[in-house]
Design a binder for this molecule. Structure first.
Ligand code: ADP
Ligand code: MG
Length: 229
C-alpha cells in the first residue's frame, strides 16, 4: 500500500531523514518509535503531503504523493484520517459538531451525519458526551473525539502523530487499545508515532525505530516495560 523509497528530507544543512526505505502493507498496525527530534513529525508531514521530500519519494498504491494533482490530493486526503498530539479540536463546537464537520465537508446529508457520527461516538465510548464542548472533557476524552473525527469517513489509513504525548499512562494505554480495535475490526491501516514504549504496552505492533535519520526494523522488539518477561 505504502512505499517509502530512498526518502530524504533536509532542513538547511540538517538531514532529518536519510534515504529511508520501508513498506507498509494494507491492514498493518505500525508504530514508529523515536526520541523527540528524531524526525517522526517530519515523516508524517511528508506522508500527508504537507511537506515535500528533498529527494526520494512516498508511493501510495504506486502513486507518488508529491506528484498528486490537487484533485488527486483532495481524494487522497479523504482516504486518510490524521490524529495529532494536541487534539486540534474546534473549541466552539460540540463533540458531535467536531466529528460531523468532516462529513459536512464531504457533502453528506443530515441523516447520514446523524447515523455515522452517532455510530463512531458509540465506538469510542463517547455517546454520552456528544453535546459537551472540548474544554469540558479530559485529555483522554478529547483524544477519543479526535480519533472519532479521523475515522468517521471510514478512511483506509489512520495516521496518529504522538497521539498520547499529552496523556497520562492510563489514558495512553486506553488510546493504544482503541487504535488497535479499529485496526482489527475495520482493517484500517494504522501508523502511530511515539517516543513512549508505554504506548506499545499490551499491543504487539510492528515497530520501526527512527534514529539518526534511518529506519530500523525491530524484528525482536522487546517491551522495556516487560524487561523481566
Ligand atoms: P519529532 O517529531 O521526532 O520530535 P521533528 O520531525 O519534529 O521530530 O523534527 C526533526 C528535526 O527537524 C528537529 O531537529 C527539528 O528541529 C527539525 N525541523 C522540523 N521541522 C522543521 C522545519 N520546518 N524547519 C526547520 N527544521 C525543522
Ligand atoms: Mg513530533
Amino acid at each position: 500500500m505504502l512505499r517509502f523509497i530512498k526518502l530524504t528530507k533536509n532542513y538547511g544543512i540538517q538531514t532529518v531523514l536519510d534515504e529511508v526505505d520501508f513498506e507498509i502493507a494494507s491492514g498493518e498496525f505500525v508504530s514508529i518509535l523515536g526520541v523527540s527530534g528524531s524526525g517522526k513529525s517530519t515523516l508524517i508531514s511528508l506522508l500527508i503531503g504537507a511537506e515535500k521530500p528533498t529527494s526520494g519519494r512516498i508511493e501510495i498504491d504506486r502513486l507518488v504523493i508529491e506528484n498528486l494533482s490537487s484533485s488527486e490530493m483532495q481524494s487522497y486526503r479523504q482516504k486518510i484520517g490524521v490524529v495529532f498530539q494536541d487534539f486540534k479540536l474546534l473549541e466552539k463546537k460540540t463533540v458531535f459538531e467536531n466529528v460531523a464537520f468532516v462529513l459536512e465537508v464531504c457533502g453528506a446529508s443530515n441523516s447520514e451525519i446523524e447515523v455515522q457520527v452517532g455510530s463512531i461516538l458509540r465506538r469510542v465510548g463517547l455517546s454520552a458526551m456528544s453535546h459537551k464542548f472540548p474544554h469540558q472533557l479530559s485529555g483522554g476524552e478529547q483524544q477519543r473525539v479526535a480519533i472519532a473525527r479521523a475515522l468517521v469517513h471510514s478512511p483506509r489509513l489512520l495516521i496518529a502523530d504522538e497521539p498520547t504525548g499529552n496523556l497520562d499512562p492510563e489514558n495512553t494505554i486506553e488510546i493504544a487499545k482503541l487504535l488497535q480495535k479499529f485496526n482489527r475490526e475495520d482493517k484500517v491501516t494504522v501508523i502511530v508515532t511515539t517516543h513512549d514504549p508505554m504506548l506499545l504496552q499490551n499491543i504487539a505492533p510492528r515497530v520501526l525505530r527512527l534514529e539518526h535519520g534511518k529506519i530500523h526494523e525491530e524484528k525482536h522488539w522487546k517491551n522495556p516495560l516487560h524487561e523481566d518477561d
